[in-house]
Design a protein around this ligand. Structure first.
Ligand SMILES: Cc1ncc(COP(=O)(O)O)c(C=O)c1O
Length: 390
């Protein structure tokens, strides 16, 4: 396929097959459920509309994401509004429109005063000591998580009292916890906390929202069936499957694996120390936080070359550390060869900077055809909203 590189490709069959596995796992273990697609993980308009068509709610965490959901046609009420940076207007509108709104901070409790009492129903995000329950697996082992109301120091209990004093119904519990491991232990802990808190506070919950953070589409990692079976077993001890919905908010698990990034070798350069293979892709497009040490990749060679002990594969930016990986004992790469990076759909396109080059083309591959769903950005798009006449 001779499309102009660099570009991303969304493999629609892989996406849909993987999503179906998730849906089946949920249906098997807790069919009274909602899947909220996490916009932040990849909010490409085609992607968010596709998940809407698959029946997902939109999981959003800012006024911009909230309005984006409305702009792509998400039905009223099919939004899950989370996070600390909601605006008052969209917060109140979302509640009145019947969205699922999970409060994260004190200011949101204050905002509830202006709502008529009959509309006062929210979910509450709990902050708990996940490191203690799953040593070595949390993201911030020393300082702890920063979202929601802390259970251990009594802030959660205070928030519950404040809500009850205002006649606010606590309709749901939000327990999203990002982890380093994405392991089953994390979801055992989350389900356990939900049960413990239910017992202590005697909630009458419409939903338990366990958040995202799962693996998906990777055969060597925990499978959807395992996550759902485990949580359902624990939760069913204290919650009635008919009465309380299970909400999940996957991002990475549903959009990570089915996207690849295609690049071309544009130059090969030898220095005193190394062979550098320069490509028209960039590390900023598949690892914008420059945190990964390896990438799933494959080659499309045009011809045969000698095996070389080491080639350093580089990106197009002028940053020295825009080096993607070292090809060790691999055939020599030549201009025109392609390098494809796999499983790069999560926290990539949405975090890439507009640095030196702008956003690349995106295609959807469906039935052997490539359909363009985003045109690469040019200076015209970059200039949008700039004000040059002062
Ligand atoms: C509240 C919430 N839900 C869902 C997600 C999605 O997580 P992931 O992409 O790891 O599945 C996140 C990610 O940070 C989140 O903060």
């Amino acid at each position: 396929m001779d499309l102009k590189t660099p570009y991303y490709v969304i493999d629609q069959k892989e996406l849909d097959d993987n999503f179906r596995k998730l849906k089946n796992a949920l249906d098997n273990h807790w069919s009274n459920s909602i899947i909220g697609y996490s916009y932040k993980t990849n909010a490409l308009p085609w992607v968010i509309r596709h998940f809407d068509r698959l029946g997902c709610f939109a999981e959003v965490v800012s006024e911009e994401e909230y309005n984006l959901a409305k702009l792509v046609g998400v039905e009223k009420g099919k939004i899950i509004y989370n996070g600390p940076i909601k605006t008052k207007d969209t917060f109140l509108e979302a509640i009145q429109d019947g969205c699922i709104v999970n409060i994260d901070s004190q200011r949101e409790i204050d905002w509830l005063d202006v709502l008529p009492v009959e509309n006062r129903a929210v979910g509450i995000r709990i902050n708990f000591d996940i490191e203690k329950m799953c040593p070595g697996q949390s993201q911030c082992p020393e300082e702890g998580g920063r979202f929601g109301f802390c259970y251990e120091n009594g802030e959660f209990a205070k928030a519950v009292t404040a809500l009850r004093d205002k006649n606010v119904r606590i309709a749901g519990l939000h327990l999203h916890t990002s982890s380093k491991s994405r392991g089953l232990d994390i979801y055992r802990a989350i389900a356990g906390v939900a049960c413990k808190v239910q017992e202590e506070f005697h909630f009458d919950l419409d939903y338990i929202d366990v958040g995202g953070g799962f693996f998906g589409g990777l055969p060597t990692k925990p499978q959807f069936e395992e996550y759902m079976a485990l949580m359902a077993e624990i939760l069913s001890a204290r919650f009635d499957k008919e009465q309380t919905k299970l909400i999940i908010e996957p991002g990475m698990a549903v959009i990570g694996a089915p996207i690849r990034y295609v690049t071309t070798v544009i130059d090969v350069k030898d220095t005193q120390f190394s062979r550098f293979v320069v490509t028209d892709g960039s590390r900023t497009s598949i690892d914008p936080l420059m945190s990964k040490s390896s990438y799933f990749h494959s080659y499309e060679h045009q011809g045969d070359g000698p095996i070389l002990p080491k080639q350093i594969i580089c990106g197009y930016t002028c940053m020295e550390h825009d080096r993607l990986f070292e090809a060790i004992n691999e055939p020599a790469l030549q201009p025109g060869d392609r390098i494809v990076y796999h499983k790069v759909g999560a926290y990539t396109m949405c975090l890439s900077p507009l640095f030196i080059k702008y956003f690349p083309d995106v295609y959807v591959e469906r039935g052997g055809e490539f359909i363009k769903v985003r045109e690469s950005w040019q200076p015209e798009e970059y200039m949008m909203k700039s004000i040059l006449e002062e």
